[in-house]
Design a protein around this ligand. Sequence first.
Ligand code: HAM
Length: 430
Amino acid sequence: MVEKKKIQIPRGLKDVLPEEQKYWFHLENNFYDVAAMAGFDRIILPTFEFTELFKRSVGELTDIVSKEMYSFKDRSGHNVTLRPEGTAGVARAYIEHGMHTLPQPVKLYYFGPMFRYDRPQAGRYREFYQYGLEILGEDDPIADAILIQTAVRFYQKLGLTDFVVKINSLGSDKSKNKMVAVLAKFLNEHKSDLCSDCKLRMRKNPLRVMDCKIAGCKALLDSASSILIDSLDEESKKRFTKVLEHLDEMKVEYELDPTLVRGLDYYTHTLFEVVLKGSDLAICGGGRYDNLIKQLGGPITPAIGFAGGVERTIEALKTQEAIVPDPVKAELFIVQLGERAKSKAADLFEKFDTANFRVASSMGRGNIQSQLSEANKLNCPLVIIIGDQEVHDKNVIVRDMKDRSQETVIDRDVIKIVSRKLEEKGIRIS
Ligand code: HAM
């Protein structure tokens, strides 16, 4: 018999196996918490859009659009693309649903897969997940600072420590054009030192030359930083100074990086990235895109946002050995021993379930050890034990699974006591 060839996963993709899930839960839960606390609403967008959307927003000459998109014609002959990023879709939805008529700013968050035909290597996948925040309809520099502060708060909550916020400004549209002209002149004067890719980009879109990762080009581009700073006009400088002042007031640390231009065309003014110390891979990046919505046919709408890479953030959590808790799948487990305990356990299960506790039970299968190990598998912090004695005495035993302490609690107090114990553990807020 001919052995069938095994089908393997395509390059640049990955399976996220059960043992990885605690990192994903940790990241997602904290992200949703931070986003909700900061007043963002969730939006779920399609994973593919018309190709035109990305061409007109991210920019035709960017690496993303020119080399990395998964584009195809659907069965009706429409050109569509698996989304390489989330901002373009958010901007499209803002216009399509008339969100400019809502009280501004509109603050949205998203989480989902993105697709780029990137060269697979550490931290670069062809399907990866992003978490992102976008603030639309607000041009006050305080919005820039609050967004950066929110990103930093998120990483601190996750347990990351060794990271740096890099920040720069491209200035207004006018200022950005001047920067491009100044940079084009500089590049022209040093053309012979640039790689062939840069020579090509230089003619079409000089800012994109700054994205080059080749050592020889990078050294030259670093030397362009002072001319880039000087090309900011007064208004743009003033605005950028305000952002930095707000960050100082908020005690958010940052590093100025005049060579940071980011690889997408829609940016103006503030740009930032969060980079791990000793690495040049960004775990998130963002910036202002005040012209994008107008460019896509909507009203003038200043906006700012950022997106982070889930896989890169999780890698950082692992490298830094951050404490990542096992997800609590159930808050409470009811162990029952003996016939008489059965109906009391069923009663109590019902009560906790009705009171919206995440309660589990093996319905009396197995001895105490096997029921406790089931509770452990669910990472359950508290267990209630009911035996015949407890039925007779009208109480239950509440066991703390972490320190193994036990307390006898009378029946009528059990919900109150369990609730308090879970609160003390930071698991439940009443
Ligand atoms: P971006 O810098 O292209 O920005 O991507 C944001 C983050 O996605 C990166 O910092 C990185 O962590 C992650 N990422 C990008 N490419 C890959 C990849 N191939 N594999 C794994 N992770 C990756 C944007 O996408 C903008 N939409 C951000 C933004 C939102 N700007 C304003 N609002």
